[in-house]
Design a protein around this ligand. Sequence first.
Ligand SMILES: Nc1ncnc2c1ncn2[C@@H]1O[C@H](COP(=O)(O)OP(=O)(O)O)[C@@H](O)[C@H]1O
Ligand SMILES: [Mg+2]
Length: 317
Amino acid sequence: MELAEWCSSSRVIIVAGKGGVGKTTTAAALAVAAARVGRKVLLIELEGKSGLASMFGYESLSGEVEVYPGVTVLPLAADEALIEYLETHGLGRMSKRLVNSGALDIVATAVPGMKEILVLGKVKALQRARAADVIVVDGPAAGHAVSFLLSPKGLLDAVRVGPVLTQAVEVTEMLSDPDRAQVLLVTLPEETPVNETAETAETFIDRIGLTLGPLVVNGLYPERPLEEMVSPGEIRAVAEQAGVAVPDGDLEHLARAAGFVTGRRRLQEEQLARLAERPGLPQVVLPFLFSCDIGRAELEVLADALTAGVGAHPVDA
Ligand SMILES: Nc1ncnc2c1ncn2[C@@H]1O[C@H](COP(=O)(O)OP(=O)(O)O)[C@@H](O)[C@H]1O
Ligand SMILES: [Mg+2]
C-alpha cells in the first residue's frame, strides 16, 4: 500500500506505544512523509512538552501553526475541547469560567472517560469535517492509550442518554472503521517493549475493534559488514580514507564502540525475528539516528524510511 493512499480521505492515524519509544518522532515523520506527497496534514498534539515543537525548529507552539509546508500542528487539551463543546452547544459564556474554576477536573473525576471523550469527540468532529487529508494523532503512552481509546466503550455502558452517549457512540463508530481511523503502534527492538507491544496490539484489535497499520520498530542500529570484532587497524584505515586523523590512543576505544554497536544490532535482530513470528504485525523499521536531536533533517530521513516501509506493506488500507 502506498503511503499517499493510506494518508488520505481524512483518515485518523493514532500513533501509540510505550513512553520514550519514539511516538512523537514517528508522528512527526509520518506527517512529513504525507505532506511530501501532497497531503494536507493535521498533526494533533495531545500532551504539551511532547518535543514536537523543537523537531520542527520551534521553541514552543501555541494554537494552530503550520510547522512544515502542508503540516499544521494542533494542540488539543481536554479543557479546550470542553470550552469548544460548550460554546457550540450554546453555553459559551459560562464555559471559560467553568474551566478556569477547575470544574473540568471535578467532572473528569466524577465521570471516568469524560476527558478522553471530549478529546476524541473533537478528533471525530475534525475527521467528519474533513479538516485535512490525514489527521495524525501523537497519542498517549501505550497503557494510557488503551484506557484512552477504551473510554468511549466504557461510557456506552455507563451513560444511557444525552450528548455524552451520542459522542461515545460516534467515536466508537469512527474507531472501528478502518477507513476513518487506524493505529500506528511504535516499539523498540527490545525484549520488554516487544512483549508489551504484542499484548497492546491484541487489546486494540479485540477490545476496541481498531485496525492496526504496520508496526513501527524504531531505532534499529546500522548493519555492520564485519561479523567479527572491528580491529583498531581497520578503524585507522577507515579514518584515513575519510581524511580524519585519529590519535592512536583513541583507536582502541573506537574499536570497542564499534563492537558494542555490532552486538546491539545482533540483539535487535533477535527481537525483530520474534516480532516477525507474530502474524498480522508487519514491520516498518526506522533507523537509529546518531545525532543529538531530532530536527527537520532527521525527520526527512525517517520519512523516507516510513514511505518505503509502508509502501512494502501488503495489506490494503
Ligand atoms: N530513530 C531515532 N534515532 C535517534 N533518536 C531517536 C529516534 N527516535 C526517537 N529518538 C529520540 O528518543 C527520544 C524519545 O522519542 P519521542 O519521539 O519523544 O518518544 P515518545 O513520544 O514515544 O515518548 C527523543 O529524545 C528522540 O529524539
Ligand atoms: Mg511523545
